[in-house]
Ligand binder design. Structure first.
Ligand code: GLC
Length: 800
C-alpha cells in the first residue's frame, strides 16, 4: 500500500479531512481542512456531477458539452451524516463520502458497489503553466470491462489500455493508434453485468488508464482545468448511454436524403467530371443521393470561393445536379488564406477574428492554401460571422450540406501537427490558451457551420459532417472517421469505430468506404460497402491518388454487389429513419455492439465484429479475403437468416455462409421490418406502398415501430409525423398484428403489403378489424406468403 505521504513526495496532493458540509437545493458542498471542495450536483436520481476545487476556489462554471435541453430533476434526495462518512441517497443510488479523505463510493440500492474511489481525487500543481494536473483513480475489480471513448481504433473492450484525448490529424492511422481526430472523454464501465458511465468533462489533453498501469485501478487525469465528471448509473448499459446523450445533447433529424448513399473523392473536378460520375450512377442504377466537392472546387483553396476554371457557374451546376436527384456537399476548412485581396480574410482581419499567439502576433500555419490564419471559433461573435458566410453557398447556389475538415485544427509541417500551446482563445468569455481550447475547436467550427447552414437552408434541414469532435458535437453534426487505409485491417477498424461512436453518443458516423489512402481490391471494396450500408453515415471517399474508387472501377461483379447493398439500404430507409428518430428522441444508439444488446450474456463482453443495426437486425461483416463465410456469435434469442430465411437459435458461435454477394444478416424473430421500394434517390418516387416483412415468432408479443414524416423540414416538430407501432403475437395456428398510428402526418401510401417469414401454417382465414375478408380481396399470394391490407387497419388476424 502506498500511503498518502509517499504520494505527496511524488508531487501528488490529496484532500484532507472534511471540515464542513452545506447544501443548496441540488448542490452539496464538502470542504476539507486543506481547502478542497467537492461539489456534488444531483442532476437526476441516476446522474450525479462531481466537481472538485483546490484552494477553496471553483473556476467559472462553463461547458461546451452540456446541453440545456437535457432532463433535470429528481424525486428523492436525502443526506445523512454518519460517524465515518456522509451518505447521499437518491431514488437510484447511494453515495458515501469518507470524512477522513473525501473518497467516494457509489452503491446501488441493494448495496452493490458500482464505482469506488481508489486514491480518489488528487492533483499535482503545474509549475510550467499554473493550475493543477487533476487526477482521479477508481478501484477496478477483476472482471470489470470498459467501453466508449469515441473513435479509438482498438478492441471495443478497453480493459488494459491507456488512452489519450488530443484531437489529431492522423493520416493513414493504424490499429491501436492513439490519439485520433476526436475527443470523447466518456466511458462505460461494467462489472457483474451492472453498467455505469463516467464523463470527464474537461477539454484539456486527457488520459484514461484502464488497468494498464495498475491492474486493479482505472484512472483518468487532465493536464489542466478541473476535476469535473458526471457519473451515470445504469445498470442497463443502454440507459447509461441515453443518460449521457441526454446530458450532452441529441441531434435533430437529418433530411432523409442524408441517410442515402454519398459519393466522394479528393477531388471531383471540373464540372464535366462531376457530371460524368453522377450520370454513371444513374446509368448503372446504383442509388446515390449526394456528391461531394473536395478542396479543388475553390479558387486556390480559399474557403467560400469557387474556381472559375473548373466551376464557372456553380449555381447552374448545383441546380442541374439537383434535377437529377443529387445534393451537393462542399468542403470548408478552418484555415483562411493570408491574402489581402480575399474577402473572407479581409473581413476577419477587420473584425479581429483570427487566433493570436500569447505575445500578440497572429497564429500563422500552413494548410492546403499555404500560409493561413484561423478563426477563433470559441468566440461567439466569430461563430456568428462564420455562419453568415454560408449565405451564398447555401441560399444562392443551393448547396445542401457542408463538410468540415482539418478542424483538429491541423497544421502542416510542424511538430505536433497543430497550434502551439500558447495560442489564445476566447472560449465564450473564459479566455484561455490552446491547451484548453484545442479539443473543442473542431466542434465549435462545426457548430458555427451548422448554424449558418441551418439559417440559410431553412425551412429545410441542414446537413453537416465533421472530422474533429468533442462530446456534444452530435447536437450539430455527423462525422466520419478520417483518413483510413484500403486494407482488410481497416475494415475491422471501421466496424469498431462506428460501433464505438454509437456507444459514445455520436451514432451518425461512418468510415471512408473502401479506404481513403491506397487502393482497395474489388473484393475489399465489396466487403466494405456491405458493411458501410449498415453504418448511419454511408459514403465512399478516397484520396484519389491511387486510382478511382467509384463502384464501376472494380468491374461488373462489384457493381452488382454494390447495387444490391445500396438498394437494400434504400429499401430499409424507413427502418433506418426510425432508428434515427429513436436516437434523436431518446439518445438510443443506432448501432449496438453485442455487449450493449445483451450485457447479461458474458459471451458478448469481448465480441467486436457482430453488431445490431437498430433493434432487430444482426450484422457481421466478412473481414478476410477469399472468404466463403465466417464464424460469428449469434446472440441469445431466435433469429432468421435474412438471406436463406432459415430459423436459427442464438447463444452460440456458428459458421455462416457468405459468398462475395452476401454479408451475414439475421433478423430477430417477431420483428416487423419496414421497407420502401427501391429508388435512385430519396424522393425519386412516390412511396405508393409500405412493405412489412413479418418474422414469425411463437409466444410473447414483439414490438416494432415505423417513424415517417415529410423527410425534410420541421413540420414534424408541430406533430406532423406518423408513428406506427406494430406488435406481433404468434400462436401455433394463428397470428395477430396490431397496428396503432399517432401523429398527424398522412403517409402517401394507402396500402401495406405484408410478407410473412417463417409462418408455420398456411393462411386459411383472415380478419381485418374483426371483419372476415376473402383472401382474394387482400391479394393473398400463397407462394410468397404476402397479402395487402389498408394502411389504416388496426388489427390483422390470420388463422391457419
Ligand atoms: C483530409 C481529409 C480528407 C480530404 C483531404 C482533402 O485528408 O481527411 O477527407 O479529402 O483532406 O481535403
Amino acid at each position: 500500500m502506498i500511503t498518502n505521504t509517499e504520494l505527496e513526495h511524488k508531487g501528488n496532493l490529496f484532500p484532507g479531512k472534511i471540515v464542513s458540509f452545506s447544501q443548496n437545493v441540488d448542490k452539496l458542498n464538502f470542504t476539507t481542512e486543506n481547502g478542497v471542495i467537492l461539489q456534488l450536483t444531483i442532476i437526476r436520481g441516476s446522474v450525479i456531477r462531481f466537481r472538485y476545487a483546490t484552494d477553496n476556489n471553483f473556476e467559472n462554471d462553463f461547458s461546451y458539452a452540456i446541453s440545456e435541453d437535457g432532463a433535470r430533476g429528481y424525486s428523492k434526495l436525502e443526506v445523512e451524516e454518519k460517524d465515518t462518512h456522509y451518505e447521499v441517497i437518491t431514488a437510484r443510488i447511494q453515495l458515501h463520502i469518507d470524512k477522513n479523505n473525501l473518497k467516494t463510493t457509489i452503491f446501488d440500492l441493494e448495496g452493490n458497489v458500482i464505482c469506488k474511489d481508489d486514491w480518489g481525487f488528487h492533483w499535482e500543481q503545474s509549475y510550467e503553466y499554473g493550475g493543477n494536473i487533476v487526477k482521479m483513480s477508481k478501484a477496478a475489480p477483476q472482471g470489470e470491462c470498459y467501453y466508449g471513448l469515441g473513435d479509438k481504433p482498438m478492441h471495443l473492450n478497453l480493459k488494459g489500455k491507456r488512452i489519450e484525448n488530443w484531437a489529431t490529424d492522423q493520416y493513414a492511422f493504424g490499429k491501436d493508434q492513439d490519439p485520433l481526430y476526436k475527443s470523447v472523454p466518456f466511458y462505460i464501465g461494467m462489472y457483474e453485468e451492472r453498467a455505469y458511465g463516467i464523463f470527464f468533462d474537461n477539454t484539456f489533453r486527457t488520459f484514461f488508464d484502464f488497468c494498464n498501469e495498475r491492474r486493479n485501478v482505472t484512472s483518468f487525469w487532465a493536464q489542466g482545468g478541473e476535476m469535473n465528471y458526471y457519473f451515470f448509473y445504469g445498470p442497463n448499459m443502454q440507459n447509461v448511454i441515453t443518460r449521457y446523450t441526454d446530458l450532452t445533447g441529441k441531434p435533430e433529424l437529418p433530411p432523409l436524403w442524408a441517410l442515402g448513399y454519398h459519393q466522394c473523392k479528393w477531388s471531383y473536378y471540373p464540372e464535366s467530371k462531376v457530371k460524368e460520375v453522377t450520370s454513371k450512377f444513374r446509368e448503372l442504377q446504383i442509388p446515390c443521393d449526394a456528391i461531394y466537392l473536395d478542396i479543388d472546387y475553390m479558387e486556390g483553396f480559399r474557403c467560400f470561393t469557387w474556381s472559375k476554371e473548373y466551376f464557372p457557374e456553380p449555381k447552374r451546376m448545383v441546380e442541374e445536379l439537383a434535377e437529377d436527384g443529387f445534393k451537393t456537399v462542399v468542403i470548408i476548412d478552418p484555415g483562411i488564406k493570408i491574402d489581402d485581396d480575399y474577402w473572407v480574410y479581409q473581413e476577419a482581419m477587420e473584425k479581429d477574428y483570427f487566433c493570436k499567439r500569447a505575445d500578440g502576433p497572429y497564429m500563422r500555419g500552413k494548410v492546403w492554401p499555404g500560409e493561413c490564419f484561423f478563426p477563433d471559433f470559441t468566440n461567439p461573435k466569430v461563430r456568428e460571422w462564420w455562419s453568415e458566410l454560408f449565405k451564398e453557398i447555401i441560399a444562392e447556389i443551393g448547396v445542401k450540406g457542408v463538410w468540415n475538415d482539418m478542424n483538429e485544427p491541423a497544421v502542416m509541417e510542424v511538430p505536433g501537427k497543430t497550434f502551439p500551446n500558447d495560442v489564445r482563445h476566447n472560449y465564450d468569455g473564459n479566455p484561455c490558451s490552446h491547451r484548453k481550447a484545442h479539443n473543442i475547436y473542431g466542434t465549435q467550427m462545426a457548430r458555427a457551420t451548422y448554424e449558418g447552414v441551418k439559417k440559410f437552408a431553412y425551412p429545410k434541414r441542414p446537413f453537416i459532417i465533421t472530422r474533429s469532435a468533442y462530446s456534444g458535437a452530435q447536437r450539430y453534426t455527423s462525422s466520419w472517421t478520417g483518413d483510413n487505409v484500403a486494407t482488410w485491417e481497416h475494415l475491422w477498424i471501421a466496424n469498431i469505430q462506428a460501433q464505438r461512436m454509437s456507444m459514445s453518443g455520436m451514432s451518425f458516423t461512418g468510415s471512408d468506404i473502401g479506404g481513403f489512402a491506397e487502393h482497395p481490391t474489388g473484393e475489399l471494396y465489396a466487403r466494405w460497402i456491405q458493411l458501410g450500408v449498415f453504418h448511419p453515415f454511408c459514403r465512399t471517399h478516397s484520396s484519389g491518388d491511387h486510382g478511382n474508387q467509384e463502384p464501376w472501377t472494380f468491374g461488373d461483379e462489384v457493381v452488382d454487389v454494390t447495387r444490391k447493398f445500396v438498394e437494400l439500404r434504400y429499401q430499409l430507409l424507413p427502418y433506418l429513419y426510425t432508428m434515427f428518430w429513436e436516437y434523436a428522441e431518446e439518445g438510443i444508439p443506432m448501432l449496438k455492439p453485442l455487449v450493449l444488446y445483451d450485457q447479461n450474456d458474458p459471451q458478448t463482453h469481448y465480441r467486436t465484429d457482430e453488431f445490431i443495426f437498430g433493434n432487430q437486425i444482426l450484422v457481421c461483416p466478412v473481414q478476410e479475403p477469399n472468404s466463403k463465410g465466417r464464424r460469428m456469435y449469434i446472440p441469445r434469442g431466435n433469429w432468421y437468416n435474412y438471406w436463406t430465411r432459415e430459423y436459427v437459435k442464438g447463444g452460440m458461435e456458428q459458421w455462416v455462409d457468405a459468398e462475395l454477394d452476401i454479408i451475414p444478416l439475421f433478423v430477430k424473430e417477431g420483428a416487423i421490418i419496414p421497407k420502401y421500394p427501391i429508388q435512385q434517390y430519396v424522393g425519386e418516387k412516390k412511396i405508393d406502398q409500405l412493405k412489412l416483412e413479418v418474422y414469425y415468432k411463437l409466444g410473447n408479443k414483439e414490438e416494432s415501430k415505423v417513424y415517417e414524416d415529410a423527410q425534410d423540414g420541421y413540420d414534424y416538430a408541430k406533430g406532423r409525423f406518423s408513428l406506427r407501432s406494430f406488435s406481433f403475437t404468434g400462436k401455433e395456428n394463428e397470428a395477430i398484428i396490431q397496428h396503432h398510428k399517432t401523429g398527424s402526418f398522412i403517409t402517401e401510401y394507402e396500402t401495406i403489403k405484408i410478407e410473412f417469414v417463417g409462418l408455420p401454417f398456411k393462411i386459411k382465414e383472415v380478419e381485418i378489424d374483426n371483419v372476415k375478408v376473402s383472401l382474394d380481396s387482400i391479394q393473398y399470394n400463397a407462394k410468397e406468403n404476402t397479402l395487402v391490407v389498408p394502411s389504416d387497419y388496426a388489427e390483422l388476424h390470420i388463422v391457419g
